[in-house]
Design a protein around this ligand. Structure first.
Ligand SMILES: C[S@@+](CC[C@H](N)C(=O)[O-])C[C@H]1O[C@@H](n2cnc3c(N)ncnc32)[C@H](O)[C@@H]1O
Length: 195
């Protein structure tokens, strides 16, 4: 199982954004939506063996985490607007202590990065995607793996500290800085080639 954890530093947690403003008012939710696309979409189907976590850290109700589960997902389409609508509906749900199911394959909770990473420790190796990391091409990778990456901003020093409690290895995907969704595509390709 592959998992991707993307830290959305300014991404809205309140769901009161306009669908025409996902790059602005929603705190670069467009980046996170493209990460969802790269996590799941194949040419003619969805990857079922993938889970993606969007850690939303913007707005007055932060943090919240959206969990997308490939084998349960329905109504996910490649256009950013319809996914923004699924996200907005999830964020408008009344939320208590526990994670709730907002729509098929989409879950929402009040967890932040630390809680999400702690919950994933038993699920596989947690690794950090970082430009200064070890070359992924040279690395042995387990089948059960959790990739952690930033949005348009790198992880802050505090976030890196939290991550390093759980991740021993950092991997570089290439010699230049890529968009987050492209990083996911490259990581997927690396994993696909090793099966
Ligand atoms: C758009 S980048 C963040 C900003 C970027 N560091 C910059 O200076 O413009 C988004 C995230 O993708 C990951 N990333 C980007 N390029 C990478 C690379 N070559 N190798 C590994 N991870 C990378 C990192 O996790 C990074 O935080």
């Amino acid at each position: 199982m592959r998992r991707f954890v993307i830290v959305g530093h300014r991404a809205s947690t309140t769901g009161d954004f306009k669908l025409d403003d996902i790059c602005g008012g929603a705190g670069r939710m467009d980046i996170l939506i493209r990460c969802i696309n790269s996590s799941f979409f194949l040419s003619h189907s969805l990857r079922k063996d993938v889970e993606a976590f969007l850690i939303l850290q913007g707005g007055e109700d932060a943090p919240k985490t959206l969990r997308f589960k490939g084998d349960e997902l329905r109504y996910l389409n490649p256009d950013e607007r319809s996914t923004a609508s699924l996200i907005r509906n999830a964020l408008l749900k009344k939320l208590g202590e526990s994670e709730i199911n907002a729509s098929p394959g989409i879950y929402v909770s009040r967890r932040g990065l630390r809680e999400v990473l702690s919950s994933l420790v038993e699920c596989g190796e947690i690794v950090y995607l970082k430009e200064e990391g070890e070359d992924i091409r040279e690395a042995e990778l387990p089948e059960d793996i959790i990739f952690v990456l930033g949005d348009d901003r790198d992880l802050s020093e505090d976030e890196e500290r939290v991550l390093k409690e759980h991740a021993d290895r950092s991997f570089c995907l290439g010699p230049i800085s890529y968009h987050s969704d492209h990083c996911i595509t490259i990581a997927q390709n690396e994993m696909d080639r090793r099966v």
